[in-house]
Ligand binder design. Sequence first.
Ligand code: CP
Ligand code: NVA
Length: 312
Amino acid sequence: MSSAAPMKHYLQFSDFTAEEYHYLFERAAIIKAKFKNYEKHHPLTDRTLAMIFEKASTRTRVSFEAGMYQLGGSVVHLTTGDSQLGRAEPIEDSAKVISRMVDLVMIRTFEQEKIERFAANSRVPVINGLTNEFHPCQILADIFTFIERRGSIAGKTVAWVGDGNNMANTWLQAAALLDFRVHVSTPRGYEIDEKLAVGPGGARAGSYQVFDDPKEACRDADLVTTDVWTSMGYEAENEERRRAFADWCVDSAMMAAARPEALFMHCLPAHRGEEVTAEVIDGPQSVVWDEAENRMHVQKALMEYLLLGRVA
Ligand code: CP
Ligand code: NVA
């Protein structure tokens, strides 16, 4: 990146413009093709990524770690339990120290406010690897997966069935930016928080619509997607949520209400028999394994962009 280019963080989906997303999707396709051809792509030689996990992870850890090595760089892995973060060192102090030694930081934590405080004190770009409020890297991968299978997502309809959680909020931000619609159906008491979903850029009129009946939300959708009933950090509500979410299980009847060529996505990990039936997640419309793999390809494009700017 030229020294004049301002440093960017990726803390929520609305941090980038539609134009930046178009670039990232094209770049991710190029980077993925190189990976598939065993072609070396080392733009980040000698660069280091610090990954900070305050919650569990499989995909985020493996995709960032493998991705950074594939770009020629290296990684440092920290968790709350094995760092001073777990012993109440202020997040601001942690940010000042860590960002003097590495080139890029990825954080998975609880409140969005925490990652914002880290970023405000960081000398290097910070990436949101999931907070209670948002999961932008996942939606980046999901939209890239949609584009690979079906072309542009503009004008399409995505059905969100389930919790008004970090994934739902991020889908809504993406819809406002990339010109598609989201049909949202959540149980009562678990609705989306419009203030979060629209982000600082503001909502685009008509980018989403709320449905009481999850099957109605799926009607004519191009993509049906869901997530766990209980997200990390909300485990104390597990039993209450099981009761409230019983009718928000994506099944064949919901998929039949969607368009015949509709895809099914889930960020994983999934609970078969809860938010989705085995028939749907393991069925022909499901693209969950591509979605998981694509985390790595899009995040490689993201890390390259944050450190080097546009390279093509
Ligand atoms: N989808 C996702 O972020 O998975 P992990 O929790 O395994 O990282
Ligand atoms: N909504 C889920 C996503 C996990 C990848 C959670 O926050 O636990």
